[in-house]
Design a protein around this ligand. Structure first.
Ligand code: SAM
Length: 284
């Protein structure tokens, strides 16, 4: 639909369908016309590329993706938006809208059934109440996707794209950097949305690796170590690892020394290799 990102058009469509925003579903719709074309362009959508969009809302970003991509599959949980999307996407025959919860859908199956060997990327303005679970699902399920370009809260963007081993890093930084090379593309002000959220946002791109950044014996143990290390920020590293992993402090101290890690180090000072070495040593 032409001029869909125009605030007047958006208001008209919403009132025609008697739509009211659900705060619980993280519904903050984009009304800044410059954001969606930029996001779609930078996502890698193009000829012979399939795009998965999560939470199309009324379809502002979907429209831009349809212009560029071979095919777009948009997953929207709110069934009230399905008739709206049929109207706003009626110009395109390369789009499919699925009324489902993205956290419950089998994405490997969806990719196999819908994209027929195409290169696949994800592009979405995410519902902020489930940003991390969605990103972790996309990364952990070993999906054949090349990149994930998503709008998230600015703070989350900074945390996810921080360098591992620096003060800004947390468990999510390690997870994101294990699976991908993250980058912040651009910032978006709160006023670009309706209703306006309390915080500013940023668009990030996770360039997904073919294989993780470090080769670990067991990824479950690797993430258990990461989670334990960051679990209790005020505790020292040996204490938080000992309580998180249920291993005696003496054993943890020996293990850290064998890995060449100072007993006074903090979780945010460790590199991916350090987490890998600890996890592999525990595995024996
Ligand atoms: N893409 C639209 C835009 O940019 O204007 C809407 C983005 S809005 C921040 C988030 C969207 O995600 C809403 O349409 C909401 O209904 C949808 N959503 C929320 N939870 C979802 C879930 N679990 N699965 C799929 N969609 C979801």
């Amino acid at each position: 639909m032409e001029r869909l990102s125009d605030i007047g058009t958006i208001k008209e469509i919403l009132s025609k369908h008697g739509f009211s925003f659900s705060k619980g579903l993280g519904q903050n719709f984009l009304i800044n016309p410059s954001v969606c074309p930029r996001m779609a362009e930078m996502s890698g959508a193009g000829e012979k590329v399939g795009v998965i969009e999560i939470g199309p809302g009324i379809g502002v970003l979907t429209n831009e993706l349809c212009k560029l991509a071979e095919k777009v599959v948009a997953i929207e949980i709110d069934k009230r938006l399905i008739p709206v999307l049929s109207e706003t996407l009626s110009d395109y025959d390369n789009v499919k809208v699925i009324n489902e919860d993205v956290l419950k859908i089998d994405l490997n199956k969806l990719i196999e059934e819908e994209f027929n060997g195409m290169k696949v990327v994800v592009c979405a303005n995410l519902p902020y109440y489930i940003t991390s679970p969605i990103i972790m699902k996309l990364l952990e399920e070993n999906l054949p996707i090349e990149a994930i370009t998503v709008m998230v809260q600015k703070e989350t963007a900074q945390r996810m794209c921080a360098e591992v081993g620096t003060r800004q890093s947390g468990a999510v930084t390690v997870a994101v950097n294990y699976y991908s090379k993250p980058e912040i593309l651009f910032n978006v002000s709160a006023g670009s949305f309706m209703p306006a959220p309390k915080v500013d946002s940023a668009v990030i791109k996770l360039n997904v690796f073919d294989k993780p950044a470090v080769q670990v014996q067991d990824s479950k143990m690797f993430f258990k170590v990461v989670k334990s290390a960051f679990g209790q920020r005020r505790k020292t590293l040996p204490n938080s690892l000992s309580s998180g992993l249920g291993i005696s402090k003496l054993e943890i101290n020996n293990l850290l020394s064998e890995c060449g890690i100072s007993l006074t180090a903090r979780a945010e000072q460790l590199k991916l290799e350090d987490f890998k070495n600890i996890a592999d040593k525990i595995q024996g």
